[in-house]
Design a protein around this ligand. Structure first.
Ligand code: SAH
Length: 224
């Protein structure tokens, strides 16, 4: 786990939200079926309220998705935890997230995986997310301004790719950026979306559907 969790108690933001509030969130996640101890422990410490605008910060540990501006949302804790747990199953050392948004999922990954890349198409969100990671001293995560539909071909292969916006269909090319034994995790669909896994094993792709979900759409292009 990243050192900041041990070294910088003030960064955990205790005092603003009590540890009790966070523990309650973690208890709820356990009831909802999250079992990976590393994910639960990181979520117990990561200051989710620092990834929201001040007016919404008091709702950070509720079991709900929250707006982060520009029509985008930070997913509810359960879905962030579930996707992270599925990602850790392949023991990744280098991962790519598509759709940085607030940077919360990216920060969680940075607590659990040595090398994290994330791409975001909206520059204002990217700037804020980058500052949050810097404040938390999560230097093993880097954010790029790009259209995630194309992944990050120059930095491939990745042991896992996690997409936090929903394409109608699987974007071509993402599977090519997976390492052997790697896993792509993403919601696919339009109004009805399915959280799906694509595992690359001995050159073959195995698909598994996990559960219905609701994400903002994966849009084309990167904007200023
Ligand atoms: N993982 C985020 C939640 C993101 S919401 C968090 O933890 O807060 C989905 C994000 O995907 C939005 O910020 C949206 O701008 C971004 N997005 C949508 N289409 C994209 C694309 N083609 N490339 C990169 N980012 C995209």
């Amino acid at each position: 786990m990243a050192e900041f969790l041990q070294l910088n108690p003030q960064l955990k933001g205790i005092g603003f939200t009590s540890q009790r509030t966070r523990n309650r969130m973690v208890e709820r996640l356990i009831q909802q079926g999250i079992t990976d101890g590393r994910v639960l422990e990181a979520l117990r410490h990561l200051p989710r309220h620092l990834f929201l605008d001040e007016a919404l910060a008091h709702r950070a540990y509720e079991d709900t998705a929250l707006p982060i501006g520009l029509g985008q949302t930070l997913s509810q804790p359960y879905i962030v935890a579930r996707m992270t747990e599925l990602l850790l199953e392949v023991q990744p050392r280098k991962v790519l997230e598509i759709g940085t948004g607030s940077g919360f999922q990216c920060a969680l990954l940075a607590c659990l995986v040595p090398e994290v890349w994330s791409v975001e198409r909206l520059d204002p969100l990217l700037q804020k997310a980058r500052q949050r990671l810097r404040n938390l001293q999560l230097h093993n995560a880097r954010i790029k301004h790009a259209d995630g539909n194309f992944g990050l071909p120059d930095l491939a292969p990745f042991d896992a790719i996690l997409v936090t916006a929903a394409p109608r269909e699987l974007p071509e090319g993402l599977l090519e950026q997976l390492a052997e034994g790697g896993r792509l995790i993403l919601p696919v669909g339009d109004r009805e979306q399915m959280l799906s896994l694509f595992d690359k094993k001995e050159g073959r792709i195995l698909r598994q559907d996990i559960e219905p979900v609701r994400f903002v759409p994966l849009l084309p292009g990167a904007e200023k």
